[in-house]
Design a protein around this ligand. Structure first.
Ligand SMILES: Cc1cc2nc3c(=O)[nH]c(=O)nc-3n(C[C@H](O)[C@H](O)[C@H](O)COP(=O)(O)OP(=O)(O)OC[C@H]3O[C@@H](n4cnc5c(N)ncnc54)[C@H](O)[C@@H]3O)c2cc1C
Length: 381
């Protein structure tokens, strides 16, 4: 087992770290406070190859692999999770089109995503009444000559109001999960309407919006993958997506640890820096150990995906542990800051608000446990 990074992985991580420190972090507070969607930041990220890290160079990607993607996600997330969630979805959409698209779809849509022309990619699976159970969605796509007509409402769509390329799941028959298919819809297509953007607890700079499809017509060639393969595509995409969100959680957790270390050295009580109190040192030791454990789990899942080994269980374990870690660690970071942890003068209250959704999206912790247990029972059966 080799824990050393390759030259490419180090290059991507260092590029992301520099960009995160110089460009993303300085505007993170404003992005959150004023709910500023970071469109300009995404354009710059595209120039650095960060919107298609695991995408072939032929389509404008960095072709640097999944571990590099995970490392870059950690860096951007440590600076601003509102920014990194859109980065995660955009990378996921580009990878999905590469994996399942026709040559024409790859050539048309992937360079638009990796170059930043599309601003962001979006992934429209959830519906108002169907999140954990996406097979229960009501959105339909019906054939009309050589076109598909989409009707229905998608809920919680990250970057939905800005994305140039949107992957939409819709029912093409009543055959349960086998009746779901997947379509590439361009932002601004007639019949695609935006609902009211959600007023969220955290990730306030990320845009989360319902997408309403009213007789939205797309060409025959918009079908991604085979008819009826939508559920399979969703599961494949979510496995990879979970590596992305686990990486996000690692990044936010690391930022919380670093902010806490800095604070306990500066803040004094009872005549000494609060970092001298054993109670706080033990807290920091646990935070750091848990955060590092999450990184190991996450990079293992990323490495398995990169080596084309099965990684469903590993991705769910990483996502479960990392997201619960970031919630615990950010909560402790607020505690370590005392009253100052509760106001926006310090970033830890933002980290805690941003971390909260990580146990919910890309599959809740309960769904991750179902997946892990199912895979465990299968492997020991
Ligand atoms: C900020 C944000 C961004 C998002 N971005 C996107 C996006 O870009 N694209 C997209 O498609 N979706 C997105 N989502 C949706 C997200 O993936 C869902 O919210 C999530 O999957 C949970 O679905 P739900 O909200 O319908 O909750 P429900 O499925 O209704 O779950 C409610 C509760 O029931 C539990 N539960 C459900 N089923 C089971 C079970 N079988 N066993 C045990 N417990 C169970 C859940 O764990 C949860 O605690 C986003 C959500 C948020 C909040």
């Amino acid at each position: 087992m080799d824990f050393e990074l390759s030259e490419t992985q180090r290059l991507i991580r260092d590029t992301a770290r520099k960009f995160a420190t110089e460009v993303v972090a300085p505007r993170a507070r404003e992005t959150d406070r004023h709910e500023r969607f970071p469109a300009e930041v995404y354009r710059q990220m595209a120039q650095l190859g960060l919107l298609g890290i695991n995408v072939p160079a032929a389509y404008g990607g960095a072709e640097a692999g999944v571990v590099a993607y995970s490392l870059a996600m950690m860096e951007i997330s440590a600076a601003c999770a509102s920014t990194s969630v859109g980065m995660a979805v955009t990378n996921m959409v580009a990878e999905l089109v590469v994996a399942f698209g026709t040559d024409a779809q790859r050539e048309t849509f992937v360079p638009r995503i990796t170059s930043g022309e599309a601003v962001a990619g979006a992934f429209a699976l959830s519906e108002p009444h169907a999140g954990s159970d996406p097979g229960a969605g009501y959105t339909t796509a019906q054939r009309k000559g050589d076109r598909w007509v989409i009707n229905g409402t998608k809920q919680w769509i990250t970057s939905g109001a800005h994305a140039g390329v949107i992957i939409v799941w819709a029912r093409t028959s009543n055959d349960g999960n086998k009746g779901l298919s997947c379509f590439i819809v361009e932002g601004g297509t007639p019949g695609l309407h935006l609902g009211r953007a959600e007023d969220k607890m955290g990730l306030r700079g990320s845009n989360t919006v319902p997408l309403i499809f009213e007789n939205c017509e797309v060409p025959e060639g918009a079908l991604l993958g085979r008819l009826g393969d939508g559920f399979k595509l969703a599961m494949v995409a979510l496995d990879g997506g979970r590596v992305g969100i686990a990486s996000q959680a690692c990044g936010v957790g690391r930022a919380a640890v670093e902010a806490s270390v800095k604070y306990v050295k500066e803040r004094r009580a009872f005549g000494q820096p609060i970092g001298e109190f054993q109670a706080l040192r033990f807290m920091l030791a646990d935070m750091h150990t848990q955060q590092q454990t999450a990184e190991l789990l996450t990079l293992r899942a990323a490495s398995r995906k990169e080596r084309k080994l099965p990684f469903t269980r590993e991705a769910s374990m990483a996502k479960l542990f990392a997201s619960e870690m970031s919630n615990r660690v950010c909560d402790k970071a607020v505690q370590l800051h005392g009253g100052y942890g509760y106001i926006d003068e310090f970033p830890v209250e933002r980290y805690l608000r941003d971390a909260r959704v990580q146990t919910i999206y890309e599959g809740t912790s309960e769904i991750q446990r179902l997946v892990i247990a199912r895979e465990l029972l299968k492997s020991l059966g």
